[in-house]
Design a protein around this ligand. Structure first.
Ligand code: ATP
Length: 208
């Protein structure tokens, strides 16, 4: 198969920015958050199951999923949370692999804020972590989302800690500096990933 890089980092660390920069260099990516929304889009099997389970009040008036209400319903109910995860996780994985298969780039990135928390790294060759200090993470996310410090801190607390994430990184992008400094690191990594993907292709061609 093709080289697959798991790209992760906490909320507001810069994953989307990084993924777009890799795409401009010629790498492809799939985004687990985007796929998570696609599998519950109106008309989907998963949304149908959710309505059967929670009742039609889980829908907005335009027939889309009322995400805040669903989040509220599973927040304090471990059994309901488990039920939902057992429905969504296999569907998300299947859709992720479908989209990855369709990429024709020399290597691909799987972008997921919860890559490590949800064990998606079992499917990737390497883990790439976008790292920023908690202070920068807080201020960039608050600026982007117009959320309170408390809201952002609560999300940060629900994710893996910075040190735990760093401990599982094969490759690292330091995003504490400017965008130019970030792009420079990405160009470097892109070269490295192209070489690695070459090696894989070579092995497959001659060894097997
Ligand atoms: P989420 O997990 O919430 O989806 P993310 O990890 O994808 O977030 P981005 O949306 O890429 O993070 O970045 C968060 C915010 O920080 C964005 O507004 C982005 O434009 C900004 N940003 C990213 N990198 C830098 C940088 N080096 N300098 C200044 N701003 C940056």
């Amino acid at each position: 198969g093709k080289l697959l890089i798991g790209l992760t980092g906490g909320i507001g660390s810069g994953k989307s920015t990084v993924a777009e920069a890799f795409r401009e260099l010629g790498a492809g990516y799939v985004d687990a958050d985007q796929v998570a929304r696609q599998v519950v889009a109106p008309g989907s099997v998963c949304l149908q199951r959710i309505v059967e389970h929670f009742g039609p009040q889980i829908l907005n008036s335009d027939a889309s999923l009322n995400r805040p209400l669903l989040r509220q319903l599973i927040f304090s109910d471990a059994a309901e949370k488990l039920w939902l995860e057992q429905l969504l996780h296999p569907a998300i994985r299947e859709q992720l692999f479908q989209q990855l298969k369709q990429l024709t780039t020399p290597y691909a990135l799987l972008v997921a804020p919860l890559l490590l928390e949800n064990q998606l790294d079992q499917f990737t060759d390497r883990v790439l972590v976008v790292d920023i200090s908690e202070q920068t993470q807080l201020s960039r996310t608050m600026t982007r989302d117009q959320n309170s410090a408390e809201q952002v801190k609560a999300i940060m607390a629900s994710q893996l800690s910075r040190s735990a994430r760093l401990a599982r990184a094969d490759d690292l992008l330091d995003n504490n500096g400017s965008l130019a400094q970030l792009i420079e690191q990405i160009q470097h990594l892109h070269e490295k990933y192209l070489e690695l993907s070459q090696e894989i292709r070579h092995k497959e061609q001659y060894d097997c």
